[in-house]
Design a protein around this ligand. Structure first.
Ligand code: IPE
Ligand code: IPE
Ligand code: MG
Length: 271
């Protein structure tokens, strides 16, 4: 279906409303947790002789369409990198735009997301983040709290190192307060001290716009994630492209450090 990604006000088709159905996946083939690095907004806009901020605006449609496609495919957790702890380095005007636009999107889209069964959540640091964004995030969290179709984790003022440092501080405080001993610090207890401990590790990370780096995203949770990089800039991404990534994921062999012999046609291991 043709659409003009330049028009963020185009009505978004909800889950199940696309002109073609989501691919059918086998048991265990759909990643439970997909993490997106929504990159390339500025370049997308500049290529059209538009200011970078128009790229952020155009990214709204891509986000909504991708959420609908994730629901169609049966993804349970979708993390989206919205603003990193390093993005404060951008011009004050761009930071201002992103902050007010994020607030605006949350306010306008929460009702629709609620109808789709989405539970909106926030992962990130509070200091420095605009109050209006925090309020909009908390309000969306509140309003969608009972939904269980998909958890949408908005990573806003998020940094992987910040999250790990914050978890270390929480555990150190627990040790100081006598609530646990240093021996109690394990991978398990550390993971419980992260921002959203109930959210499982990332199965698949997708980064748009051609950059092949992590940029301080979900460092702990990405330990064994499958990584995919697409040249498409974020405003041109949509559910079809998400489905293509999911099909590729279904064909990947995840070993988690283990090893498996290849088998011949009769199922015997090849040695
Ligand atoms: C991603 O697009 C959005 C944010 C980081 C907020 P960019 O703004 O990084 O766009 P490019 O990478 O400069 O094209
Ligand atoms: C990562 O993109 C952060 C978000 C998409 C929010 P950046 O554009 O900030 O990352 P770098 O600077 O290219 O590594
Ligand atoms: Mg970028």
């Amino acid at each position: 279906m043709e659409r003009a990604p330049e028009d963020p006000w185009a009505p978004v088709l909800g889950p199940g409303q696309w002109h073609r159905e989501a691919p059918i996946f086998g048991v265990g083939e759909v990643p439970a947790h997909v993490a997106l690095v929504m990159d390339g907004n500025g370049r997308w806009a500049n290529e059209r002789s538009l200011p970078r901020t128009e790229g952020h605006r155009a990214g709204e449609y891509a986000l909504m369409d991708t959420i609908a496609g994730a629901i169609d495919a049966g993804v349970r957790y979708l993390s989206v990198y919205t603003f990193s702890t390093e993005n404060w380095k951008r011009s004050p005007a761009e930071v201002r735009f992103i902050m007010s636009y994020a607030t605006d999107v949350l306010r306008r889209r929460t009702g629709q997301l609620k109808d789709w069964g989405v539970h909106v959540r926030w992962s990130g640091r509070r200091p420095k983040l605009w109050k209006s964004v925090i309020h909009a995030l908390e309000r969306a969290e509140d309003e969608t709290h009972d939904n269980t179709t998909l958890d949408l984790v908005m990573c806003v003022n998020y940094g992987g190192r910040a999250e790990i440092a914050d978890a270390a501080r929480t555990l150190a405080q627990d040790v100081t307060d006598g609530k646990m001993s240093p021996r109690g610090i394990t991978e398990k207890s550390f993971a419980r001290a992260l921002y959203l401990p109930d959210v499982p590790d990332v199965d698949l990370m997708i980064r748009t716009s051609g950059e092949q780096r992590i940029s301080n995203y979900l460092l702990w949770q990405l330990a064994y994630a499958e990584l995919m990089f697409t040249p498409t800039p974020w405003p041109a991404f949509d559910r079809e492209q998400l489905w293509d990534c999911l099909l590729e994921y279904a064909g990947r062999d995840r070993r988690f450090g283990g090893a498996r012999d290849r088998v011949d046609e009769s199922g015997n291991a090849i040695r």
